[in-house]
Design a protein around this ligand. Sequence first.
Ligand code: 4AD
Length: 466
Amino acid sequence: GRVWTQVSNLNGGLKDQVVLIRGRAHTIRAVGKKMAFLVVREAGFTVQCVVTVAPDLVSPQMVKYANGLSRESVIDVEGVVSVPDVAIKGATQQVEIQVRKLHCVSKAVPTLPINIEDAARSEVEIEKALQAGEQLVRVNQDTRLNYRVLDLRTPANQGIFRVQYQVENIFRKFLKRQGFIGIHSPKIIPGSSEGGAAVFRLDYKGTPACLAQSPQLYKQMAISGGFNRVFEVGAVYRAEDSNTHRHLCEFIGLDVEMEIKEHYSEVMDIVGSLFVKMFDHLNENCRNELQAIGRQYPFEPLKYLRDTLRLTFEEGVQMLKEAGVEIDPFGDLNTESERRLGQLVLEKYNTEFYILHRYPLAVRPFYTMPCFDNPAYSNSFDVFIRGEEIISGAQRIHIPEILAQRAEECGINVQTISSYIDSFRYGIPPHGGFGVGLERVVMLFCALNNIRKSSLFPRDPQRLNP
Ligand code: 4AD
């Protein structure tokens, strides 16, 4: 086969060489009948291709063909790399291709519902353009999602999902090195696993069932099954009617469960080192992606400490109190107080990533282990990025009698989870773990304002399509 070059790899070093690329017709500009400028885009990178009539090389028909292409059509271009003296505006690569051959592989319809150039502009650019009297359409979130395959073609979106893939990869790699194995728990299960009514119900051959709200019960049973350190990357389903910037009805959960030798801080140790590693990796290895995201959605790099900060819930409440925020010391934090505490932590400790632990037992799920020294609190934690939750975790109750009692106290029908509770009667070490929302990590690391931006085809209470 022929040698193909990626647009992102085109550079001055290839000067005078013949290259072959495939991309999309990003823009097409005719200059009379003898010349056409095509900007070709591949994975968010663009290069200017010049089609000029030249005897024996480029016919007037070819220029006409180029000018007749519709935007976003997939095209193959063969040509010679040249390096112009002046900077090239409107393309990421600072070389040009003098086109010799041009072939349309797949034609796009002539009128697109979204203009990719418009969809790729930042708020600041839009404001500027509007003030300059330019005609442009602000592409709103719903339109973007309706035509998601077009929206995904912007450089920022190309960056977001590459970053997301790296987050998943680091998660797997790091845990593998720490002796964890990956598992897959069932997604069709008999009942609720997090308590509450927010489950998608379905009929399982005549038996009522539901989509798993989390791998919680099964990752714990995997511990009972003798796998002492497990993780899972998988879909999680939540049916609650949360129409917010950070809730989806289906998201990707990164779950961890592990044996605890002495103290639940062992679980927080994993969280701390995993995420410092992850942030370092993203900053070092995803520069282009982060830049592409930042060009459309400007953000400051995340501030985090080498040694992840841990505060107790009591300390957090105290900080809020001192700042004049009224807080129920045994209630949960609402979104607003979480944000406020995030600001206070940033001011005091210079970090936007921290762990808050020893939550009041009353606000945690039934399976959470109470503190040994004070059962009003629990061996549990939440983890925050820029004042918003990305993780919750805890030590679990591994004593079946207490577990059954706590389930009952929390209003759970113990019958529906009897196989889970019974699995602890055959011997199980103390254990704990945590669950991470993948879309939230990406959203908050890049300070995006909506979780739909970091979900490929988001599912929310209003959206099942596309
Ligand atoms: O806080 P959650 O519900 O905790 C659990 O599912 C436990 N089983 C975890 C554990 O091991 N103890 O969910 C964990 C994380 C949250 O911190 C959040 O990042 C994300 O999952 N999450 C959501 N992400 C998007 N949309 C939603 N509706 C989410 N609900 C939770």
